[in-house]
Write a protein that binds this ligand. Structure first.
Ligand SMILES: [Zn+2]
Length: 369
């Protein structure tokens, strides 16, 4: 950009010119000066200062020439000065206008380039969650029993001792209560005692209170015990209770149901074995074992070289339980079972620490999409 003072000085020096040719030469020089200036204006701001330098009302080059040169030029030179001045003004105005257009076009092109969306770029991949392994096992168990005509019911995790113990044939001071170290709720004095259910069995009683036989239900849910957490114990764990009561439910149906479940859950090669056991609310009671699916019964570390793995407890409903729900024990019979969902998941997927189910470490969870 020329120093305006310089231009004025030059133009004023031209006052010494005496021929039209010298005037024209001086204006040609000014025109070249303007052309040089335009090459340095690349954006809106520098374009504005260029415009002010040449067309500004007070200090613009053209107005200064008009003021100081045209007015003081010798009369014989005024026509040629005036004409040259008009031509230069037209040239400057036109030049500025087209420069403004090309600056705007360049700015728009740059903006478009900046905002360009490349549709071929890979998208942002957001990690997807998945169902927890325990939830998957719940759903697998539910699928198997729904196919046998069972329905799913759910119940409260807070229970009274009556439903958690007494109505299941576990009176106070019964030794079975010791095996289920219980969380009691801290309630104001005088309140009825409440506890966190130690098994899903209370829903057996709730269901039979409301519904006459036939009853075929499973009860998935969380249960709570004051166990010390270790590789096989946790304060909270998961069960699926099962109950079938009707007028003609036999031990044979019970055994068939258990065998069907084991084959569906562990694979068609799995064999089932029932061992006598004891639970207060079933009589007779059994432990259900499955043939070891790792060694196929030959003996390995998982089955402690016995060839069998203990799966869950079950049995025919103790007739004493029917007394609590006004069922006629001479007319109805049934069976019940309690599946430990965590244990079954551990066995099926070879997980040696139940705590992994509760830590929610994604490196663990991702293995079970
Ligand atoms: Zn084995």
């Amino acid at each position: 950009m020329p120093e305006i003072a310089d231009i004025i000085r030059q133009t004023l020096a031209a006052l010494g010119v005496s021929t039209p040719a010298e005037v024209t030469a001086r204006f040609d020089a000014l025109r070249a000066e303007f052309e040089r200036d335009t090459t340095s204006a690349r954006d809106e701001a520098s374009w504005k200062s260029l415009r002010d330098a040449w067309l500004g009302r007070k200090s613009g080059v053209l107005n200064r020439i008009t003021e100081q040169w045209l007015k003081s030029a010798p009369p014989e030179l005024r026509p040629v000065v005036g004409r040259s001045l008009n031509e230069l003004r037209a040239h400057v105005e036109q030049g500025l206008e087209s420069l403004q257009r090309s600056i705007a076009a360049a700015a728009e092109k740059a903006a478009l380039a900046r905002e360009r969306v490349d549709l071929s770029l890979p998208g942002v991949i957001r990690p997807l969650g998945s169902r927890h392994l325990v939830r998957q096992t719940f759903e697998e168990i539910e699928r198997i029993f729904l196919s046998l005509g069972f329905t799913v019911v759910e119940g409260n995790e807070i229970e009274t001792p009556y439903y958690n113990f007494e109505a299941l044939n576990i009176p106070e001071h019964h030794p079975a209560r010791d095996t289920m170290d219980t969380f009691y709720l801290d309630l104001p004095p005088g309140s009825k005692p409440h506890l966190l259910r130690t098994h899903t069995s209370p829903m057996q009683v709730h269901t039979m209170e409301k519904q006459q036989p036939p009853v075929r239900i499973i009860v998935p849910g969380k249960v709570y015990r004051r166990d010390n957490p270790d590789a096989t114990h946790s304060y909270v764990f998961h069960q699926v209770e099962g109950l079938a009561v009707d007028t003609d439910v036999t031990f044979c149906e019970f055994k068939g149901t258990v065998e069907y479940f084991v084959r569906e859950f562990l694979g068609s090669a799995a064999k089932t074995r029932l061992r006598p056991s004891y639970f207060p609310f079933t009589e007779p009671s059994v432990e259900v074992d499955a043939s070891c699916f790792v060694c196929m019964g030959k003996g390995c570390r998982l089955c402690k070289f016995s060839g069998w793995i203990e799966l869950f407890g079950a049995g025919m409903v103790d007739p004493a339980v029917y007394g609590f729900v006004n069922y006629d024990a001479t007319r109805v019979s049934g069976y019940a079972f309690g599946l430990g969902v965590d244990r079954l998941s551990q066995l099926k997927y070879g997980i040696d620490d139940v705590q992994l189910f509760f830590q929610n470490d994604v490196r663990f969870l991702r293995q079970f999409p």
